[in-house]
Design a binder for this molecule. Sequence first.
Ligand SMILES: [Zn+2]
Length: 100
Amino acid sequence: MKSCTKCASECQEKEAKTPEGVAYTFYKCKACGEGIVDMTQLHAVAEKYREMKKYHAKVTKWGMSLGVRIPKEIAKRYKFRDNKEVTIIPEEKGIRIIPV
Ligand SMILES: [Zn+2]
C-alpha cells in the first residue's frame, strides 16, 4: 500500500493520460486527493516519451504534396513497403498511418 506524503492516508493507483496521449499510472490519495508519481511510474512514462521522440521526422515538399519519411525501424516494424498503399486517418491532433 502506498500512503500519502501529505496526510499519510491510503492511496489508490489510477491511470491518466498526458496531453500527448501517453498513458501513465499514478497514486491518488483517497483522503486529500494528492497525486503522487513514484520512481517506477516516472521511469515508465519517461521511457514511453523516449520511444516517441526517437521517431521525430521532418515534413518535406514532394511536388505539390508534403511527405514524411518513415524511419527504417518503424517501416520494418509495421511492414510499410515501397509503393504499397496506406490508410491515412485524420485525428484530433494529427494523423494515423496504417499499412493496408
Ligand atoms: Zn492525502
